[in-house]
Design a binder for this molecule. Sequence first.
Ligand code: FAD
Length: 346
Amino acid sequence: MRIVVIGGGQAGLATGFYLRRSGLAPGEDFVILDAADLPGGAWARMWPTLRTFSPTQYSSLPGWMMPPWTGDSGYPPAAHVVDYLTRYEQRYELAVRRSVSVQSVTRGVGGLLEMHSDRGGWLAEHVVSATGTWSRPFVPTYPGRFAGRQLHTADYRQASDFAGERVLIVGGGNSAAQILAEVSAVAETTWVTLRPPRFLPDNVDGRALFEIATQRNRARQAGEPDSGGVGGLGDIVMVESVRAARDRDVLHAREPFARLVDHGVRWHDSSEAPFDAIIWCTGFRPALGHLTGLGLRGPDGLIPTDGTAAIKEPRLHLIGYGDWTGPASATLIGAGRTARELVTHI
Ligand code: FAD
């Protein structure tokens, strides 16, 4: 096999699109391996009421636009993205091999890289890692112990699970804001963020954020100062549910607590607040465990890259994960551009 792509989410599919377009045959010249048994990557695991932060025409992979969302006036829900990715994969006959979890990548014989999986092994000239972040939810460490229910964004399903409860929501990004918006309609919520949350103006959404990320990256590459701009990809987009929460006056965040206690948290002024549940909307880390054996990680835990290629192992490319593998590489619209550059490089 010339190329093995590990991960069949949006980043793996965008890579597959450009590999095909360069004349390589799926299943013969390259293969996409995915641990999950169904398409859609992380989108298939997100909570059903989650909305994308941009409209469909700004949430598309290369080649074929995401069909418009006509369900209501808002942005599409996660299921619409899953449906799109499922059809995208079929449309380009990308022949994703499912239920194959790559456990490790090592340097094999004959200058090839070797994939070891629960379904056998593969040798390849180039490997593209597109395993996303969903399998590595991050929860910060606080002193103390909370005896109530705790869950991460990755485990959240619906607001009704918290009806009538006292719920602490931790995190200042879009997931926290959207979860707070709906849980606050049925429960008593407290919102904690590391820094004051940054709300975008109502008319600014993921489109503008993507353009800003692109401009900042260009400026960085040209050695020019960072222009700042109206916001970053972590800033809160005022989707309909978040605007409704603002109208209900619940979008007030407070500073982090000092420690967890049995029944809640203790604040820095030593007062305590009781909670039934804590929802940690504190992000994810790149799923790079399968690459450990290659010994490529830098002190920050990430793999230093030149473009998408690992500096210490140029046969390995990384896509998705975050801006360090390409500007907005971990967004639907950004994955395409990084994938095109990656395939050109290979
Ligand atoms: P994933 O979708 O996670 O796909 C990775 C794939 O790799 C999975 O299918 C997994 O099964 C497979 N895999 C993992 N490990 C292995 C292994 N060892 N072997 C084989 N297969 C493996 N972006 C937007 O553009 N718009 C949005 O509105 C938006 N909203 C978001 C909301 C939330 C809550 C989150 C978390 C992210 C959001 N994003 C959004 C960012 C981004 O688009 C998604 O995170 C997206 O799922 C990333 O795609 P990916 O292909 O990089 O990773």
